[in-house]
Write a new protein. Sequence first.
Length: 115
Amino acid sequence: MSYLLLIVEPPDQRIERGEKAGREVYDQMVRFAADLKERGKLLAVESLASDAVRVQVRDGQPKLLDGPFAEAKEMIGGFFLLDCETREEAVAIAQACPAASWCTVEVRKIKPCFI
């Protein structure tokens, strides 16, 4: 089964952290990802930029809203896509994620779009 770990963080955290501390937490995350890959659990991992665009199409008309989104109190900073046998295994990996110390790690099971 596939599980997605979403790294949910305050939007200004990266800027407030500073370059040296930012490098330290980045290095922790790289080591965490390398361990998951070595264990055969990691399917994909990426960091996400804070700029974004929201897309809606209503009555055939597209509406685009460029980010960052002022009303947002959080942003998705990145993700890990895992191959786990159970939800409990995915939750255990999320608890071991270094980002859980400074962010929220949300665990989502991946399921088919169509049943």
